[in-house]
Design a protein around this ligand. Structure first.
Ligand code: UDP
Length: 310
């Protein structure tokens, strides 16, 4: 049993991670400033033994009393519409927030686990993306606030490892979906599923030829735990290599939901990556991990959740 701090624990991924840690008997200190997260995501955890919640912005000095075995730093806006709405907070939590959490890890002698992103690869010129690829990021574009903050976060995490001997993990998370996504987060999965359920047009940005590879949240979180428990320093991709165009994805959503919504084209956002697919050789060989939930099954569960609760 370990005592684990999860920053961003009231967010989409963070809340699933808190649940998974508690389920295996760990204690969880969940920290969130509730800018993009919500207590609704952790409502079911408040009564669970070993769970505590602290409302705090980790971009400011962070302290947790008592022993801590690991800090899993998931706090960050993660949607392109958030990068435009709260760009400075996005930069701060990736940079200052990561620094503060590394300081906590150093003080506690704890493992530091960084939630990084496929966005470190930017609009990738290498396909699929393996961890050895350095990426193609526009530092001054609207997505740069997230991409560069996460790239800085990886750099400072490696520096703390090399300079201070901190035990670290870095996961590069590819597009993940499932229950507890914010219905209004502007991501393609929440938009398409909610549009399909409401009988509204599905909004395809650009020609829909751009690709993504979608991983169901349960698979993703299982990958986080496998990485936490392994002794792997350096980034590891965790994502589903099943690649699909946005136009094909729209057809899948219509089929799974049985919706007759039409398709509508909208302008492509600036610096929207044209292709994305994780090379998960490292995760397969080092962690024995791979995703198991098929896209149609995962979308069906997600649609059911949106239809029921939101
Ligand atoms: N997208 C779309 N319609 C939407 C929302 C997004 O066509 O209503 C596209 C977006 O331009 C991108 C892809 O879907 O090419 C994935 O977008 P998302 O915001 O989910 O995540 P990203 O991978 O870009 O961070």
């Amino acid at each position: 049993m370990a005592r684990i701090v999860v920053t961003g624990g009231a967010g989409f991924l963070g809340s699933h991670l808190c649940r998974a840690l508690l389920d295996r008997g760990d204690q969880v200190v969940c920290i969130d400033n509730l800018i993009t997260g919500t207590t609704a995501n952790i409502e079911e955890l408040f009564g669970v033994a070993g769970f505590t919640f602290v409302q705090h912005d980790v971009s400011s000095y962070v302290w947790v009393p008592g022993d801590v075995d690991a800090i899993m730093h998931f706090a960050s806006p993660a949607s392109p519409i958030d990068f435009e709405r709260i760009p400075i907070q996005t930069l701060k939590v990736g940079s200052l927030g990561t620094h503060n959490c590394l300081g906590l890890a150093k003080a506690k002698g704890a493992t530091f686990f960084l939630a990084s992103t496929s966005e470190t690869y930017g609009d990738p010129l290498v396909h699929p993306q393996s961890e050895t690829y350095w990426g193609n990021v526009n530092p001054i574009g609207p997505r740069g606030v997230y991409d560069e903050a996460k790239r800085f976060a990886e750099a400072i995490t490696m520096a703390y490892h090399r300079h201070h001997g901190i035990d670290i993990r870095i996961v590069r998370i590819f597009n993940t979906y499932g229950p507890r996504m914010r219905p209004d987060d502007g991501r393609v999965v929440s938009n398409f599923v909610n549009q399909a359920l409401a009988g509204e047009p599905l909004t395809i940005y650009g020609d829909g030829h751009q690709t993504r590879s979608f991983c169901y949240v349960d698979d993703e979180v299982r990958g986080f735990l496998a990485l936490l428990d392994a002794e792997v320093t350096g980034p590891v991709n965790i994502g589903n290599p099943h690649e699909i165009t946005v136009a094909e994805f729209a057809r899948v959503v219509l089929e799974v939901t049985g919706s007759a919504s039409p398709i509508e084209q909208r302008p492509l956002p600036v610096d929207d990556p044209t292709q994305r697919q994780p090379d998960i050789t490292l995760a397969r060989t080092l962690l024995g991990w791979e995703p198991v939930v098929e896209l149609r099954e995962g979308i069906s569960r997600t649609a059911e959740w949106f239809a029921k609760d939101h």
